[in-house]
Design a protein. Structure first.
Length: 381
């Protein structure tokens, strides 16, 4: 019955006694070997289940002989018993099928990044190697799968960022270079032309400085070590907003835009004064750029049960709803040409988002085209 721990009694007869001893010794050895095999199997399963990568072993007919639970998770396989099933039956991805076929019948070791359309888009790095038995014959393949979706997204963000920065820097640099060349070609001799082109150089130099300063600000807010050294104190919110309004006073006066402040003069907030002020200035600057002359911008600060909300409402052109989800991305613009013409770097709102985050808060926007927009910073107590 397979009860190997049971022992045969020792018989007095020499022949039977020797036979019983041999049977008992054989049962002990067999029991030890079975225990060793079970232990090795459990160790192997523990290792496979603890891996961050998915592991899939197939035979020469592309049928599953072993796997770990990570494979089910990565490939979103609902059936938990896939032993003996063909890979075509459990995963519908032609690229993966071709990859496995090339391992079994061609290249013995291969690595490739594959695209999967599952519940969401995934990019999975697959590495395959051939399985060989003691007779040096192919008996199948082992496929290791690693989810690289986040890496792909980060790489896309990096490439987009480099492309955007290059584009943003190229425009003012080209204008500066063109103006310098014109001046060197003789425009210096004409005082009116010289003034015109030096003004162009000055304007685009200021734009370059703004872009670099905003990039440095973003880098600082994303640096964890810098964030840990920031000092947060109880500040008078009315004073912070008042200083922000003062900072944009020249721009508001030039467009005859009235800025109304609705805030309790005794309202306090636990914040980093300098950066919260910068966020409010950025939102005010944005509101002023897209507001018509002789309109009003309202700043309202309200303390609620669990948070303090600072809202800035303008009477500008508003933003179409399809642009709102991406509004706080770096370099994202609703109207690129108009924004550059107004001197925007495309980084102001991204900076606001990061400043809200370092205060454990968030920023949101509500907008109606041709009526105006409201940007709100929410900071928890």
């Amino acid at each position: 019955q397979g009860k190997l721990e049971t022992r045969i009694p020792h018989f007095q007869s020499e022949e039977l006694g020797s036979l019983s001893d041999s049977m008992n010794e054989m049962a002990s050895q067999l029991n030890r070997r079975i225990d060793t095999i079970v232990q090795q199997r459990n160790e192997r399963e523990a290792i496979l289940s603890s891996l961050a990568e998915g592991v899939l072993a197939l035979d020469m007919n592309e049928k599953v002989v072993n796997y770990n639970t990570k494979v089910l998770e990565l490939l979103e396989i609902s059936d938990e018993n896939i032993i003996g099933k063909s890979v075509q039956e459990i995963v519908r991805n032609n690229e993966l099928h071709d990859f496995i076929d090339s391992i079994l019948h061609g290249i013995e070791n291969e690595e490739k990044d594959l695209h999967f359309k599952l519940s969401s888009e995934k990019y999975i790095a697959v590495y395959g190697t051939i399985l060989i038995n003691h007779e040096n014959k192919k008996i199948g393949t082992v496929i290791v799968l690693n989810d690289i979706t986040k890496l792909k997204r980060l790489d896309k963000i990096r490439r987009d960022f480099v492309a955007n920065v290059s584009h943003e820097l190229r425009t003012p640099i080209t204008a500066i270079k063109g103006s310098v060349e014109t001046l060197l070609d003789g425009a210096l001799d004409d005082s009116e032309s010289a003034r015109k082109f030096t003004q162009i150089i000055n304007r685009h130099t200021s734009r370059l400085i703004s872009i670099v300063e905003d990039l440095l600000s973003l880098a600082k807010f994303e640096n964890e070590s810098v964030l840990h050294t920031m000092q947060f104190e109880t500040e008078n919110l009315f004073n912070i907003i008042e200083l922000s309004v003062l900072a944009v006073e020249q721009k508001s006066t030039a467009k005859n835009i009235k800025i109304l402040l609705e805030c309790d003069k005794e309202l306090t907030i636990h914040a980093q004064h300098k950066y919260l002020e910068q966020a409010i200035i950025n939102l005010l600057d944005n509101a002023l750029k897209y507001s018509d002359n002789n309109t009003t911008i309202t700043i309202q600060a309200v303390r609620k049960t669990d948070k303090t909300t600072i809202s800035i409402t303008d009477q500008g052109c508003g933003i179409p709803s399809n642009h709102l989800p991406r509004l706080f991305e770096r370099f994202y613009r609703v109207e690129s040409a108009r924004s550059r013409e107004m001197g925007g770097t495309g980084l102001g709102l991204a900076i606001v988002k990061h400043i809200a985050r370092i205060h454990n808060g968030n920023v949101e926007v509500h907008s109606t085209p041709n009526e105006g927009s409201t940007f709100s910073i929410h900071i928890p107590h």
